[in-house]
Design a protein around this ligand. Structure first.
Ligand SMILES: *Cc1c(COP(=O)(O)O)cnc(C)c1O
Length: 457
């Protein structure tokens, strides 16, 4: 009986989310007060408990599945993705050892190879792992690059490396690379931020110069991580020149395509990714533009043996049933040990929508981004970024405060947008099309809400 209630709630939420406030009132005291009845001493009726959670989440959440959530790459999740996560919880598949969940592991690897092929990897080379998110995938990239450049790192750690190991990213790159450097024992100072051009793309000349300088000073550059679709403005680093420079100096070339990588599914956007096929590794988040529920990060590589070299450990207690088979135990391939069946939501979403279905959804969102850009310009806003992807940065030429405008928009409950800083100094408003259900009416509504906010800002 819990299942029927749950299925009803899921369906109702999906149907009615568009009529809810996009962002909640931040009523801290009221929320805490509502939790006091759960002292965990006396049991609560399951229907009542579920009802409490469902109602509470409807009231107190920024609804990322809302068609007027113009936010931080968080999508409206696919129906098959939701179904997959429910199944995964019920079957509780354990993806540490191959033999515990053989079909599940094979489904993940099948999906990894298909995605690798989308990015131009040869089927026989493509390898990878499903991760909690882009953070873990970028962490994996730094670990594999370290293992490749400094085999002594695996057992000896960062202190075994003679000289200072250095990572190169653009000044607009995601902060996860900093965190990864920190978690790898390198420290955040090991990350060099390379200057960007007017389009906020990494400057290859500045990259080459920085590597030269650092090498002359005795440091050990080992990784270039280019971004496809920066978080703030959707900028795409020049992959071919960056890749050539990495190769010239013998550095690992990683592409962080967490959001923008989905362009691989749209023939007219695919050229944006030219050069990604030469990347040693790629980060791609299915929980962003492929619209599967969180968390579904993907690490891809064209080096079949590198994950094994990075993560392989021997244990006495892991199952041995598959010892004679030509298979890989996932725990020897990823940061995680016990791991849930992350890949199922990607497998089922891709299987049911098909490439054509994805191409249509992504194309629609790209068109909504173009429409938003056009309508903002027509309403007298200045567009501050140039991206072929559906993320728009803008300001009021009259000088209205972006923070104040974003606050008013969010407080209205009619839409969710945010602010960011471009090129280290320019504060802008940011709106991203993250939802395949967003329509031209939703765009018009955002323009009206923004207009009202600008007047009162
Ligand atoms: C979102 C994002 C990340 C971090 O991924 P999570 O899934 O949030 O951990 C890293 N890099 C880029 C470019 C991103 O957009």
């Amino acid at each position: 009986m819990v299942w029927a209630q749950l299925a009803d709630a899921l369906e109702k939420y999906t149907e009615e989310v568009a009529s809810l406030r996009v962002a909640p009132e931040l009523a801290v005291e009221r929320m805490r007060e509502s939790l006091t009845r759960f002292d965990f001493a006396a049991p609560v009726d399951p229907r009542e408990a579920l009802e409490f959670v469902i109602r509470g989440l409807c009231e107190y959440q920024t609804h990322t599945p809302h068609p007027r959530y113009f936010g931080l790459f968080n999508p409206a999740p696919t129906t098959m993705g939701i179904a997959a996560d429910v199944l995964v919880a019920a079957f509780n598949s354990q993806l540490a050892a191959w033999s515990h969940s053989p079909l599940a592991v094979e489904m993940e690897q099948h999906t990894i190879r298909a995605l690798g092929a989308k990015f131009g990897y040869r089927a026989e080379d493509a390898d990878g792992a499903f991760c909690s998110g882009g953070m873990e995938a970028n962490h994996t990239a730094v670990l594999t690059a370290l293992t490749q450049a400094f085999p002594e790192y695996v057992e000896g750690g960062a202190r075994a490396i003679a000289g200072e190991p250095l990572v190169y990213v653009s000044a607009e790159s995601h902060h996860s690379v900093l965190k990864a450097a920190s978690m790898c024992g390198l420290g955040t100072r090991a990350v060099r931020h390379i200057a960007v051009d007017r389009g906020l793309r990494m400057r290859p000349d500045a990259l080459a110069q920085a590597i030269e300088n650092d090498r002359s000073a005795g440091a050990r550059p080992f990784l270039v991580a280019a971004t496809v679709g920066t978080t703030s403005a959707g900028a795409i680093d020049p992959l071919r020149p960056c890749g050539h420079i990495a190769r010239r100096y013998g550095l690992w070339f990683h592409v962080d395509a967490a959001w923008g990588g989905a362009a691989a599914f749209v023939p007219e956007l695919r050229p944006l990714l030219d050069g990604i096929e030469d990347a040693d590794s790629i980060t791609f988040d299915a929980h962003k533009w492929l619209s599967v529920p969180m968390g579904a990060g993907i690490f891809l590589t064209r080096h079949r043996d590198i994950l094994d070299r990075t993560f392989r450990l021997r244990t006495a207690y892991m199952p041995r049933e598959a010892a004679g088979l030509d298979v890989t135990d996932p725990h020897q391939h990823t940061v995680q040990w016990s791991r849930r069946f992350i890949g199922l939501k990607v497998f089922l979403s891709l299987a049911v929508a098909g490439e054509q279905g994805y191409a249509n959804a992504l194309r629609h969102q790209t068109a909504m981004g173009d429409l938003l850009r056009t309508m903002l310009a027509r309403a007298g806003w200045s567009i501050e970024n140039e991206s072929p992807l559906p993320v728009v940065c803008f300001t009021d030429p009259g000088g209205a405060d972006p923070h104040r405008i974003a606050m008013l928009v969010v407080a209205s409950g009619e839409a969710w947008i945010s602010t960011t800083v471009l090129a280290g100094s320019k504060t802008v408003l940011r709106a991203c099309i993250t939802n395949y259900r967003t329509t031209p009416e939703d765009i018009s509504a955002l323009i009206e809400t923004l207009g009202r906010a600008r007047v009162s800002a």
